[in-house]
Ligand binder design. Structure first.
Ligand SMILES: Nc1nc2c(c(=O)[nH]1)N[C@H]1C(S)=C(S)[C@@H](COP(=O)(O)O)O[C@H]1N2
Ligand SMILES: [Mo]
Length: 330
């Protein structure tokens, strides 16, 4: 009998990349949100009270945050993504396998949040939500963002360099890697596709310590001038803009310094497709699609998002190229 490989839904995290699904998904999005993104001038015209309501809901439970803009990261080579679009086109598999999980994600309980920093450090520490907002000076950085599915965006994050936290906890000489763990509670994180069991929850990610202390590595506690909406990974998430988006674990509850490479969620599910390193490299295709180009969500026309060549290290080579051995460094 021939062996026919029928992938399970959870083996296809990037199914939206197929042109068909991509188009359908975009249609759904256009129908639901274009009005919402244009609330100011078009509400009366479109009569979109409902859309306005959902726009407000998508940014619910956020508070204004003050942060100084980091002058090194004030502009990029492409337009900033519409805030509402970024807040309603998400990957957060704990809450479902589609891009429209922002409503489900409102179930995330962010009150009394704690982040445990532990492992090979001299000063282990528990950060409360208030600590996260007040311990380190907050800054704003506008970064490119590139999902492994070949869509891209540009958003202004608010937060602090990971390096500041590393210095505060003083890793020991043995510490070489760091594992980041996302919130998980099967009573709450009810992704409809994921009742099958066997998935390596909680979502985890990892970095080498020298990656974590790189200038670019960032903890975001806010976006677009306010705290993070839940669907973006409230109250704190990783942002490592030279790597694919899945490296940026959301809603972090634990940070552990280790001396061996930690296991990570997607790398455990499909090591051949989702590497631990996962740097943005246009010449290294995903086994199921090319990474040479990307689409800027929301840019260009409603029906065809602007396409651009993918940049090596997502355009951040001047910061990170020295960390890696690549035959053709650019
Ligand atoms: N805990 C957790 N973190 C996660 C994910 C996830 O499913 N769960 N998805 C990742 C992926 S694939 C991407 S592209 C980004 C998406 O971030 P955004 O929805 O805020 O744009 O979050 C990353 N962090
Ligand atoms: Mo992604």
């Amino acid at each position: 009998m021939p062996f026919i490989h029928v992938p399970k839904p959870w083996q296809l995290p990037e199914r939206d990349v197929t042109p068909e699904a991509y188009f359908l998904n975009r249609r759904r999005f256009v129908k639901g949100l274009v009005g919402a993104g244009m609330i100011g001038s078009f509400v009366p015209l479109l009569g979109c009270q409902q859309q306005q309501a959902s726009a407000e809901a998508a940014l619910a439970n956020t508070n204004q945050l003050n942060a100084s803009s980091n002058p090194n990261f004030v502009e990029v080579d492409r337009p900033q993504t519409n805030e509402l679009l970024a807040a309603t086109y998400n990957n957060f598999y704990e809450f479902g396998g589609s891009k429209s999980i922002w409503q489900n994600a409102q179930a995330l309980p962010t009150d009394n949040w704690q982040v445990e920093v532990t492992g090979l450090v001299n000063k282990p520490r528990l950060f409360t939500q208030d600590d996260l907002l007040s311990t380190f000076p907050l800054e704003e950085r506008i970064y490119r963002f590139r999902c492994v599915e070949a869509w891209a965006m540009v958003v202004p994050w608010l937060g602090f360099p990971m390096r500041a936290l590393v210095e505060a906890v003083e890793p020991t000489a043995q510490a070489k890697f760091v594992q980041f763990t996302s919130y998980y509670n099967p009573e709450v994180t009810k992704g409809p596709d994921f009742h099958l069991g066997g998935l390596p929850w909680p979502y985890t990610e990892g970095l080498r310590l020298d990656e974590m202390t790189n200038e670019l590595a960032f903890f975001a506690v806010g976006i677009y001038g306010h705290t993070l909406p839940k669907q973006h990974g409230a109250p704190i998430r990783m942002v490592v803009p030279w790597k694919y988006g899945f490296k940026g674990a959301k809603s972090i509850v634990k940070i552990e310094f280790t001396n061996t490479q930690p296991s990570t969620y997607w790398n455990t599910i499909s090591p051949n497709e989702y590497k631990f390193e996962a740097n943005v490299e246009p010449d290294v295709p995903h086994p199921r699609w090319s990474q040479a180009k990307e689409r800027l969500i929301g840019a260009g026309s409603k029906f065809s998002w602007e396409e651009r060549p993918t940049l090596l290290y997502n355009g951040y080579g001047e910061y990170v190229a020295q960390l890696y051995d690549r035959p053709n460094q650019v």
